[in-house]
Design a protein around this ligand. Structure first.
Ligand SMILES: *Cc1c(COP(=O)(O)O)cnc(C)c1O
Length: 376
């Protein structure tokens, strides 16, 4: 049989036609018709006050750090169990990163641990909705209000997911999404900055356009454009936006299939969970599932390593995920020394199973059987 990869980017079929249309239009730099259509889609479907396509989620996070005027010595609170970019975007501005441990039953940041970490220098809380499952945003927004902090949602994995019926990415002051080919909706590389606090909207356009007011100029709001602030080139070309538009037109179909695969794993593996072989996350009542990742956790690192090897021998490519950032080679000597036992727990034990649109029910059943055969 053919090996089953961990991920396979799904093309809806319209991508190349839309790219051809962008090319035929004669305008392939950023902020053309496809970009506008993408912005409108995200603003209408998820209620973001303003949506701006970016070249990646990493870039959207870097824009957030600039927008919040993060400076040397400012403190930013975020989970230790996350991708490098969550943290790196703020380190680039000189921030001191204050890591928070994960929950016991989910890799998401344990929001009950945040308050004692807040100091006079704290500027922002960055939440990561791991696997598209919402953090406790009530608690995070309550703290933000009480201490006058800004909240950024790293919603890289969280497109089309909800916290108590509110779309993720629409709750914090700012949010960043990713369209990297490993995410649910893709453009190869790509991202989105969602702005929910209108005070950031005008400056975000400037930062995204190399520190110029070019966007306002093209709307006819100013009669010449020039250098007005710091910035960089954070906008993607129309070729990327054309690709992305073909994806978002099909978002409901993609999400329905991904969630069905997630549910099929969940049903198939329930008996292994009952026998105590594996653990799976439970969704909090306030969160939805967007079918981004199906993950389980093993008893220990040795068991996970053996299970990955077993699945490999059965042509199934399952993978672990983050290495806790607090003890990463770059950050270890900058960390304040607090232990992050739950982040380390998931670092050692969490395993992700293949999940992509074209994965068939028969393949999901086969993978589930191979997981079971490991424990038999
Ligand atoms: C994928 C991911 C990113 C980075 O996204 P890019 O678009 O590749 O820059 C950042 N944070 C999290 C939590 C991610 O999963």
């Amino acid at each position: 049989m053919q090996p089953i990869p961990f991920n396979k980017p799904y093309m809806t079929g319209a991508e190349t036609a839309y790219i051809q249309a962008a090319v035929a239009s004669g305008k392939i730099s950023g902020d053309g018709n496809f970009t506008k259509k993408c912005h409108q889609f995200f603003e209408e479907k998820y209620g973001f006050k303003k949506a701006l396509l970016t070249t990646s989620c990493t870039d959207a996070l870097e824009m957030c750090a600039i927008l919040l005027d993060i400076k040397e010595g400012d403190e930013v609170i975020m989970p230790a169990y996350t991708f490098v970019s969550t943290s790196n975007a703020f380190v680039l501005r000189g921030a001191k990163i204050v890591f928070v441990d994960s929950e016991a039953k989910h890799p998401n940041m344990d929001t009950r641990l945040i308050e004692p970490l807040i100091t006079a220098r704290t500027k922002a809380i960055v939440v990561v909705h791991y696997a598209g499952v919402a953090c406790n945003m009530h608690e995070v927004m309550r703290l933000a209000q009480k201490y006058n902090l800004k909240v950024i949602e790293d919603a890289a994995q969280a497109i089309d997911s909800y916290f108590e019926n509110r779309p993720l990415g629409s709750i914090g002051h700012l949010a960043a999404f990713s369209f990297h080919e490993t995410k649910n909706i893709i453009s190869g590389e790509g991202g989105l900055l969602a702005i929910n606090d209108a005070q950031y909207a005008a400056r975000a356009e400037v930062i995204r356009e190399k520190g110029t007011n070019r966007t306002a100029f093209f709307r006819g709001e100013v009669d010449k454009y020039g250098w007005v602030d710091i910035g960089s080139s954070f906008l993607p070309s129309e070729i990327i936006a054309a690709f992305l538009y073909a994806q978002i037109e099909n978002i409901d179909r993609i999400q329905t299939r991904r969630k069905a695969i997630w549910q099929r794993y969940h049903t198939n593996l329930a008996s292994l969970v009952q026998k105590g072989h594996l653990q799976v996350p439970e969704l909090p009542a306030y969160a939805t599932n967007n079918g981004h990742i199906y993950f389980v956790w093993c008893q220990d690192l040795a068991q996970r390593t053996a299970l990955i090897a077993h699945l490999r021998s059965k042509q199934v490519h399952a993978v672990f995920h983050y290495l806790s950032l607090h003890n990463s080679p770059y950050f270890a000597d900058k960390h304040d020394g607090r232990a992050m036992p739950q982040s380390d727990f998931f670092m050692d034990r969490l395993l992700r199973l293949p999940l992509y649109y074209e994965l068939t029910d028969a393949q999901v059943d086969y993978i589930s059987e191979q997981v079971a055969s490991f424990f038999a």
